[in-house]
Design a protein around this ligand. Structure first.
Ligand code: NAD
Ligand code: TDX
Length: 334
């Protein structure tokens, strides 16, 4: 029976994780600390709202008093809270440094005094970009080379976690995963933006030439990977987590969506490219497979269809978020 402190549990991945964890580990309890920024939404947690093992506290990870108190009551911290959107980091980087770097520091400092385990959720974007025409993949040994304020702030947070391990003996694990997709992802991100645009009769907006490759990981496979690491991962270790999408590029994803939604390709609009846009991400997940027996189970094509259906059936969830998401793109001209 463990007491988990989850940060950022009202966001996309954190909320999926809380629902997943309480269904798989009903004996455990979870406190969710989330500031409810534009990306946090209590509606994501409707299915656990009445679970006596779940509690929510609206608060900021930068708040040392709240963090100290909640860390004091926990056995383990699972840290999702972050500013997570690359395009927003280009328009306003400061919040990314505050939350992702300083917020992680506040948590680490509280955790080191309590001597409990810290699991840090990070991203494959810290490694930078791979060439389009190569078969290379990121591994745990790939050097860091982040290109956006978002990925630079996540890289800094990873370094801080390892430094706390080396300097203060902090017990930690890190997962760096690829692009997630699935239910409750904010409509500012690529796949939900495309589905909701098409539902509104609008075009899909493809940045640049569309030949940008992401390694799509279903959010439930990500939750299973974190579970495997929390159960059996080695302290001080990093595990890369990736999906089954096999080098599909953004234009191909757009075409697949149009095909599944019975729409023609004239709904594709090419728009201004993202500055510093990383060409290709691909994750070699053989360490977590070999050491912990994890592998992704959700195929990309099938679960893309499931994701379309989820958004079609849950317009009441995404509709209130859609207008603000599109205002962002008015600012960025995309
Ligand atoms: P998200 O933006 O959907 O959710 C972030 C959550 O953190 C929100 O609920 C928000 O309210 C909360 N938050 C933000 N600032 C906070 C603060 N200062 N104090 C407390 N709470 C705060 O993000 P996500 O997509 O669920 O990503 C979760 C984590 O996974 C992040 O650390 C992100 O870097 C990482 N990650 C995401 C992806 C992806 O594809 N979405 C891929 C790799 C890694
Ligand atoms: O309208 C769009 N058109 C488009 O072509 C949007 C929103 C995006 N794109 C492109 C940019 C990327 O190549 O699609 C790809 C995916 O974009 P995002 O959904 O913004 O994700 P990305 O920038 O890859 O970052 C995401 O995955 C890694 C998460 O936001 C990060 O938190 C995570 O670390």
């Amino acid at each position: 029976m463990s007491k988990l402190l989850v940060t950022g549990g009202a966001g996309f991945i954190g909320s999926n994780f809380i629902s997943y964890w309480l269904s798989q580990h009903p004996e455990d309890s979870i406190t969710n600390l989330d500031a409810l920024t534009y990306a946090g939404n209590e509606a994501n947690l409707a299915d656990v709202q009445d679970n006596s093992k779940y509690s929510f506290l609206k608060g900021n990870i930068l708040d040392k008093e709240i963090v100290g108190r909640l860390v004091g009551e926990a056995d383990i911290v699972v840290h999702f809270a972050a500013e997570s959107h690359v395009d927003r980091s280009i328009l306003g980087p400061e919040a990314f440094v505050e939350t992702n770097v300083k917020g992680t520091f506040v948590l680490l400092d509280a955790v080191r005094q309590r001597k409990i385990h810290f699991h840090h959720i990070s991203t494959d974007e810290v490694f930078g970009a791979l060439a389009l025409d190569s078969a290379e993949k990121f591994t745990e040994a790939t050097p860091y080379y982040p290109h956006s304020p978002y990925s630079a702030s996540k890289a800094a947070s990873d370094h801080l976690v390892r430094a706390y391990g080396d300097t203060y003996g902090l017990a930690y694990t890190i997962t760096n995963c690829s692009n997630n997709f699935g239910p409750y992802q904010h409509p500012e991100k690529f796949i939900p933006r495309m589905i909701t645009n098409l539902s509104d009769g609008q075009p899909v907006k493809v940045y640049g030439d569309g030949k940008y490759v992401r390694d799509w990981l279903h959010v439930l496979d990500h939750c299973r990977a974190i579970d495997a690491v929390l159960q059996s991962g080695k302290s001080g270790e990093t595990y890369l987590v990736g999906g089954m999408s096999n080098d599909v590029n953004n234009l191909e994803v757009a075409k697949l969506l149009l095909q599944h939604m019975n729409l023609s390709e004239d709904k594709i609009e090419f728009v201004k490219d993202r500055p510093g846009h990383d060409r290709r991400y691909a994750v070699d997940w053989s360490r977590i497979n070999k050491d912990l027996g994890w592998e992704p189970e959700h195929s990309f094509e099938e679960w893309l269809k499931e994701t379309i259906t989820w958004y079609q059936q849950n317009e009441a969830w995404w509709r209130p978020l859609k207008e603000e998401a599109e205002q962002l793109y008015v600012k960025s001209g995309q």
